[in-house]
Design a protein around this ligand. Structure first.
Ligand code: CP
Ligand code: NVA
Length: 304
């Protein structure tokens, strides 16, 4: 398996399946302590609950430890160049998980670090979230191939990673977005050319998109760092709210998904998050299991 996980594109269909297999095994048997003595640096330039805790707990469960480094303290790119941060950390820790704005920063860290680098969210992708989401779907349906995952909202980092991960896992992914907020065409081409047997398509009509969905997924209407744009987006995104009316257009057993944190009353209603069809807290928990699998595989604790 690739040393770094900066993008879902780093994973072949076999590797993605292996991550999920290992995650399922570790979820049931704990996975032992193959990373005893190893430390993962968490270099976070944005807030987090799930990602930080799931990485910290994944390392702890594997016998290692995590070291949280707040972005305002490291001041990567200001106090010192990204490449120096990469080389200094490489002398002291066994891996780096980074949450930042520009994806180029993740790539630069990976280029200069001698240790594995994992993308813990950039503006471009959120690969660890997509792995946890596929794990959740696999648990619920007993398979991934042939499922239809419909994402309703902005064609953002979460949607992009889901598109890439879905195609790689044989899932049919549909992104339903307001005009002007779709996934870029080149990402759809890139997704469609991936091996794995799934598909990725972009549409504008949310109701017809969800009509044969196995799961309906949404994310915030303005990502971290773009909160000031929310006000100007509300009107365009309102028809894309995941609410009882939209879910009524989906099959009666379609699941409700959200990566969290959710803005109840904006992209999703309180009622749907709290409904029996919601798997949002399974998704959150599965962040830890999926990352345990990723870390054990790329930090060398278990055979790939
Ligand atoms: N879903 C997710 O990444 O949550 P956090 O921003 O709290 O880490
Ligand atoms: N799209 C969101 C995901 C948060 C987990 C963001 O980037 O803020």
């Amino acid at each position: 398996m690739n040393r770094d996980l900066t993008s879902i594109l780093d994973l072949s269909p076999d590797e993605l399946e292996r991550v999920l297999d290992v995650a399922i095994a570790m979820k049931s048997d704990g996975g032992g302590t193959p990373l005893h003595g190893q430390t993962l640096a968490l270099l976070f330039e944005k807030p987090s609950l799930r990602t930080r805790v799931s990485f910290e707990m994944a390392m702890r469960r594997l016998g290692g430890s995590a070291l949280y480094l707040a972005g305002h303290e490291v001041q990567m790119g200001e106090r010192e160049p990204v490449r120096d941060v990469a080389r200094v950390l490489s002398r002291m820790v066994e891996g780096i998980a980074v949450r930042t704005f520009e994806h180029e920063r993740v790539a630069e860290l990976a280029e200069w670090a001698d240790v594995p680098v994992v993308n813990a969210l950039s503006e471009h992708e959120h690969p660890c979230q997509a792995l946890a989401d596929l794990l959740t779907l696999r648990e619920r349906f007993g398979r991934l191939r042939g499922l239809r995952l419909v994402y309703v909202g902005e064609g953002n980092n979460v949607a992009r990673s889901l598109a890439f991960a879905s195609v790689t896992a044989g899932v049919d992914f549909v992104c339903a977005s307001p005009e002007g907020y779709e996934l870029p065409a080149d990402d759809l081409v890139k997704a469609s050319e991936l091996p794995g047997g799934g598909s990725a398509t972009q549409v504008n009509d949310p109701e017809s998109a969800v009509s044969d969905a196995n799961a309906v997924y949404t994310d915030v209407w303005a990502s971290m760092g773009f909160e000031t744009e929310l006000q100007g987006r509300l009107e365009a995104f309102q028809p894309y709210q995941l609410n009882a009316e939209l879910l009524a257009a989906a099959p009666a057993d379609a699941l409700v998904m959200h990566d969290l944190p959710a803005h109840r009353g904006e992209e999703i209603t309180d009622e749907l998050i709290e409904s029996d069809r919601s798997v949002v807290f399974d998704q959150s928990e599965n962040r830890m299991h999926a990352q345990q699998a990723v870390l054990s595989l790329i930090l060398g604790g278990s055979p790939v």
